[in-house]
Design a protein around this ligand. Structure first.
Ligand SMILES: Cc1cc2nc3c(=O)[nH]c(=O)nc-3n(C[C@H](O)[C@H](O)[C@H](O)COP(=O)(O)OP(=O)(O)OC[C@H]3O[C@@H](n4cnc5c(N)ncnc54)[C@H](O)[C@@H]3O)c2cc1C
Length: 332
């Protein structure tokens, strides 16, 4: 394949903001290719992806190829790998870099196979050789050797890169980039797999009983959709989510997260309590908490009285406000 000089970075925004690998690869690509006349580009598929497009530009992407369409609302390996190889054939970038997340590990080999090119998996560094070819540096033979691999003939040169390998560039609020909006091709093959439903499971890294930070939500969160935001907040704070009995009975959260007489006892350093009245069956399980922050519309709720910090506010709005503030902080 005759290629132009562009460097493409696959926009892996699942689990963003924690997953920073796309930003890290963009930073390395900018560093490596700034003097070669290549454009560093991100490629994003999905639905309502404006936020990620802006992030990639703010972190070094000069161009972003975007396919934003309801048909791409849910991730499908078949569709995404077809689209990626389709676009590569169309635009012929010199290099395609993908984060070695579970997502990247799934999509990159499929794309490489469709394009009949090589792929170095799990790179720990990238360099350029004297001919400007990408040197893909990766552990091999069980980690006993560090291999330097090039792709002498086929294009694009492809590599997946381990998260945390490179340092992302600081967020540049003034950065400008070209956004190329692409329609979904008419000949996009019909997906053989039909997704009926999906739900993000809370992280299983730690048990709620052992967590340093627990975010408990009650009926005052308002709805299952609003309650879900507590999981997003928990991801950002490396916290676990707990729930009251009405929440569990309404299936806003699983039974595993029930805190109280009929559920689990917790002893976090910090407990954030959103929209919980403070019935004894719940509070009896919080006695080991060091510091309690409660958010409730009713200042007289028992939970507010037992809190170290009581905030009279709408629980859902407060949760959204904290999420926004943390994201802003991460960006700077
Ligand atoms: C045998 C038995 C065992 C039980 N075991 C448990 C248990 O293990 N765990 C447990 O949790 N419960 C248990 N319960 C149930 C318990 O008695 C309470 O009913 C329950 O804890 C109340 O949950 P809640 O605070 O979410 O709801 P509610 O009591 O309805 O409180 C909702 C709170 O949200 C506030 N609110 C409403 N809207 C907003 C808003 N927009 N913004 C901010 N705040 C708002 C309200 O002011 C209120 O304080 C048990 C009950 C029995 C009988």
């Amino acid at each position: 394949m005759n290629s132009n000089k562009d460097i493409w970075v696959f926009g892996d925004y699942r689990n963003y903001f924690q997953n920073r690998v796309t930003l890290q690869i963009l930073a390395r690509a900018v560093d490596l290719f700034s003097t070669t006349g290549s454009s560093v580009c991100a490629v994003v598929f999905g639905r309502d992806v404006d936020e990620y497009v802006a992030e990639y530009i703010a972190h070094g992407a000069q161009k972003v190829y975007v396919m934003d369409d309801p048909a791409l609302n849910t991730y499908s390996i078949e569709t995404y790998s077809w689209l990626m190889s389709h676009l590569v054939k169309l635009y012929k970038p010199e290099t395609l870099l993908v984060g070695a997340t579970r997502f990247g590990q799934e999509i990159a080999p499929r794309v490489a196979k469709k394009l009949k090119t090589g792929l170095t998996a799990d790179c720990i560094d990238l360099e350029l050789d004297e001919k400007g070819r990408l040197v893909q540096i990766a552990p091999s033979f069980g980690g006993n050797l560090i291999a330097k691999i090039i792709t002498p003939v086929q294009r694009p040169q492809m590599a997946t890169i381990r998260p945390g390998t490179f340092q992302e560039l600081p967020h540049d609020y003034d950065a400008k980039g070209e956004v190329i909006c692409l329609p979904v091709p008419e000949d996009l093959p019909k997906d053989a797999i039909r997704l009926i439903t999906s739900e993000r499971r809370p992280s299983e890294k730690q048990k709620i009983e052992d967590a340093d930070i627990v975010i408990c939500g009650g009926r005052g969160m308002g709805s299952k959709g609003k309650f879900k935001k507590l999981f997003e907040l928990a991801e950002l704070m490396n916290a676990e989510v707990g729930a009251t009995r009405p929440v569990v009975y309404s299936e806003w959260a699983s039974h595993d997260s029930l805190v109280g007489q009929a559920g689990k006892n917790i002893k976090p350093k910090i407990l954030l309590s959103f929209g919980i009245s403070g019935a004894i069956q719940h509070t009896s399980a919080l006695m080991g908490a060091d510091f309690i922050i409660a958010v409730n519309k009713n200042p007289n709720a028992t939970m507010m009285k037992m809190a170290d910090l009581a905030i009279v506010a709408d629980a859902n709005q407060m949760c959204l406000g904290i999420i926004k503030a943390i994201k802003e902080k991460i960006r700077t």
